[in-house]
Design a protein around this ligand. Sequence first.
Ligand code: FAD
Length: 303
Amino acid sequence: MMPAHQVALGELRRNEPMNQHVTWRAGGRARQFYRPRHREDFLEFLHARPAQETLFLLGLGSNLLVREGGIDATVVQMHGALKEVTWEEKGCLRIEAGVPAPKVARLAARAGCAGAEFLAGIPGTMGGVLAMNAGCYGAEIWNFVHQVETVDRQGELRWRTPADYDIGYRSVCLREECRKGVEEWFLSALLRFPAGDAETAKTRIRSLLAQRVADQPLEFPNAGSVFRNPVGDYAARLIECCGLKGKRIGGAEVSWKHANFIVNQGQATATDIEALIAEMQSRILAEKGVRLHPEVRIVGERS
Ligand SMILES: Cc1cc2nc3c(=O)[nH]c(=O)nc-3n(C[C@H](O)[C@H](O)[C@H](O)COP(=O)(O)OP(=O)(O)OC[C@H]3O[C@@H](n4cnc5c(N)ncnc54)[C@H](O)[C@@H]3O)c2cc1C
């Protein structure tokens, strides 16, 4: 057992294996790991920790590769901690950062809202979805954001609107004039969805999920699409054209089912996965002249 220390209400652990917290089921350890009990506990934790301590916010780890050398920071897990959902008014949901995206899809559908169905198959938290501008099937989360609530390392809270951010394909960046050198994290979001029909939305969720089961290798640990699609093309098409499906390094394999997925065949290390990413990039650059950029975030130290 790792030594555990009580801080505020949650549990602060040392040397936490991050492979238990990322969907690739691979990778190194976090120097410290904290899962708050709830929002107030998280804010208290921010105040209590030394100002120089680096924090890294984690959702469900569904877009993360943690290198084998681990994360030299305190990882704070929002999933299971900031989990409140409230209706502010009809069509407007306030969602805390740790709420899983599929839950938002189901709640919105049940309430007769339209447009949230795409969230059903994204296995991340609202915080991760906001940070990535996650989306699929023609929709992305920031299309529906009315406001977001943020907090910085000093614990200062702010409400922001989409106009404060540069928002693009799988990217969201606080504008420099708003940021002033300070990092902010998402605490909650106010989302607005147009009125729709509950049965239509539920049917669409079922059909989108069935499509994912048919197209994606969900039977193996993975992190969704590894690369962003280049302008006017698809990363999966380029990878398949280069004959890379089934290409393997250690326990990491380019999926036979979806070429833009790398699956963990059981014993993959983060080093295997990163080496496979680099191999795919260099083959596609050499053979197609296209530089692919990872959509997954690669963090931590090399071993
Ligand atoms: C099977 C599968 C299918 C997927 N399909 C899609 C898809 O269709 N479309 C799509 O866009 N993505 C998809 N993904 C990728 C992933 O689910 C999304 O990127 C998701 O938004 C990540 O959320 P997370 O909570 O897991 O974030 P994490 O992986 O935990 O973190 C991702 C980044 O967000 C940051 N972050 C997390 N929480 C916060 C916060 N509260 N405030 C600020 N930053 C934060 C982290 O620091 C990190 O940099 C898929 C992944 C899998 C495994």
